[in-house]
Design a protein around this ligand. Structure first.
Ligand code: SF4
Length: 133
């Protein structure tokens, strides 16, 4: 590996909170959106707002809804005890709603609450896995 290549190796590790940066306004503007590569836990109300579950289906048992969403590749996991759905990610760990080129959320106005609350609420409040594009 050349020196130049070595110099480009990222030091940001999503799973290592010590590599996260203190959040400040404007930080998202040139970020690669690593926060959209972390598991997203959505509630049924999030899924209804996102339009992947309609109001009628929302009356069905959550386990039954989860089975359909999993089959359609919308979620990757369902926690029956907490009734929490984990959104599916692509092979590179990107959220399925993250645009591959713009690195922006394609469902921004209806995104899950957990995304709205990041980074104020999260594994390390007010810090995020910022990485320059
Ligand atoms: S729903 Fe949108 S904001 Fe939330 S992780 Fe996916 S791309 Fe990011």
């Amino acid at each position: 590996m050349s020196k130049k290549r070595r110099a480009n190796v990222t030091l940001v590790n999503i799973e290592d909170l010590n590599t996260w940066s203190k959040y400040r306004k404007g930080l998202c503007d040139d970020c690669i959106a690593n926060c959209c590569r972390m598991p997203v836990e959505a509630k049924l109300s999030d899924l209804v707002r996102m339009g992947v579950v309609d109001a009628f289906e929302a009356e069905d048992p959550a386990k039954q809804i989860a089975k359909r969403l999993k089959k359609e590749g919308i979620i990757e996991h369902f926690n029956g005890k907490r009734e929490v759905f984990t959104l599916a990610r692509k092979a590179n760990l990107d959220c399925m709603y993250l645009h591959p080129t713009t690195r922006r959320c394609t469902i921004y106005s209806v995104r899950p609450d957990i995304c709205r609350n990041h980074p104020q609420i999260g594994p390390k409040p007010n810090f995020c896995p910022y990485e320059k594009r």
